[in-house]
Design a binder for this molecule. Structure first.
Ligand SMILES: Cc1cc2nc3c(=O)[nH]c(=O)nc-3n(C[C@H](O)[C@H](O)[C@H](O)COP(=O)(O)OP(=O)(O)OC[C@H]3O[C@@H](n4cnc5c(N)ncnc54)[C@H](O)[C@@H]3O)c2cc1C
Length: 367
């Protein structure tokens, strides 16, 4: 007979959103939690700029800055952009970003959150895939799973949370409706600098006709260099080929200057970066958190902070629903919709500042 585990909350996806939902539930209730993560937890992560509000969010979940190694957060000393003009300006004046920003060691950050989940009594199954979701008459869930070496097992849960990131794969399997606003895609590489080299700790953004480049210094002499454009432009210009990607890089001035002393290996990676919001209310005892419920253009640097905030709010909605309060999931969705509405306005405002290529396929859709 197949192994059957019982839990109050099953969370699918062990990124910042999934881990934060688990941490909040474990801190503020007696509900028990299982996280299922399909990767082996060793994969390379992208997305690393956060502002200082991250520390308040971590504290809310019972985690201190000293739970991370000292070099996990590096202060982004300056953030500049050539956006709307070929001249480089301090980014704050263009994008009106608030407070200090930090660059994370993203792999360590995600891993530490999961370690804390485990320390606080959560159960984590890495390298595990969800095969099927069945909702029972009492709205609880039966989920069939498969671990890559230990084989099949099943979990029965009162509540199910989708924390699978931009793929929102649980919600899609359940037929939830999402609204997608663009087809932004990131194509990037990590660069490295020698130990002996001084690396300026800053962020540089530069727009060109087909999109915009982003280069940031990360902890451990690493940099991330990413081109953001539409999926159709990547296809048309065959940007996954390094020679074509390099040709677009050669159109930059400030970015090229920043990376002169850095080296890289391999082909560029490609990641979805589209803006999308999902409505979760057609299913009972189901919530989505982080990118799975709402994903943002990385120009906003909202992703990680939102992943944690939405997860804490989702945990509260479940705790309150379990105590018998009504409409807690509806309030959760209304809050997401309000944040998203504000975000779309701010995003349009950012993009309208770049008017130099109003006829190009990329900018025409955004300005
Ligand atoms: C190029 C790029 C740059 C970015 N830059 C920034 C930035 O500077 N600042 C910022 O705040 N945000 C940034 N973001 C966004 C940020 O990375 C995300 O918002 C954040 O990672 C969302 O966290 P999450 O936990 O919702 O999803 P994720 O971090 O994507 O985690 C989802 C997890 O679910 C797992 N998973 C997926 N499907 C399944 C499944 N079916 N079963 C089990 N597990 C599954 C995945 O393996 C993963 O571990 C960037 C995004 C991109 C693409």
């Amino acid at each position: 007979m197949q192994n059957l585990l019982e839990t109050n909350v099953l969370i699918v996806g062990g990124g910042p959103a999934g881990a934060s939902a688990a941490l909040s539930l474990l801190k503020y209730s007696n509900l028990n939690v299982i996280i299922v993560e399909e990767s082996d937890l060793a994969s390379v992560k992208v997305g690393e700029q956060v502002n200082s509000s991250i520390f308040g969010l971590l504290e809310y979940m019972g985690i201190g800055r000293d739970d991370f190694t000292q070099d996990n957060f590096i202060l982004g000393y300056s953030s500049t952009a050539a956006w709307g003009s070929e001249r480089i300006s301090v980014r704050d004046s263009i994008f009106n970003t608030e407070t200090e920003s930090f660059q994370l060691n993203r792999e360590e950050f995600d891993y530490t959150l999961l370690e804390k989940v485990s320390e606080k009594g959560g159960i984590i199954f890495p390298r595990t895939k969800c095969l099927q979701f069945d909702q029972k008459d009492d709205n609880s869930w039966d989920v069939d799973l498969k671990h890559d070496t230990k084989g099949h097992f099943a979990v029965h849960a009162d509540y199910l949370i989708d924390a699978t990131g931009r793929s929102g794969s649980v919600g899609r399997k359940l037929g939830l409706e999402s609204t997608r606003y663009d087809e932004l895609t990131a194509i990037g590489k990590f660069l490295y600098c020698k130990e002996s080299q001084h690396v300026k700790q800053d962020i540089v953004i530069e727009s060109i006709e087909d999109g915009w480049w982003y280069c940031a210094t990360l902890p451990n002499q690493k940099m991330t260099l990413t081109f953001f454009t539409d999926a159709s432009i990547i296809k048309e210009k065959r940007l996954e080929k390094i020679e074509n990607w390099n040709e677009l890089l050669s159109k930059t001035t400030h970015i090229q200057h920043k990376i002169t002393a850095a080296y890289s290996v391999g082909k560029p990676w490609v990641k979805n970066a589209f803006s999308q919001v999902t409505d979760i209310l057609s299913r009972k005892n189901f919530l989505a958190v982080g990118d799975a419920v709402a994903s943002f253009d990385p120009i906003s640097s909202m992703g990680i902070g939102f992943a944690i905030t939405s997860a804490c709010n989702a945990a509260k909605a479940i705790i309150d629903a379990n105590l018998g309060y009504e409409k807690t999931f509806t309030s959760y969705q209304e809050n997401i919709n309000a944040i998203y509405h504000q975000y779309l306005q701010t995003k349009a405002f950012f993009y309208q500042k770049e008017q130099r290529w109003s006829n190009s396929a990329f900018w025409r859709k955004r300005i």
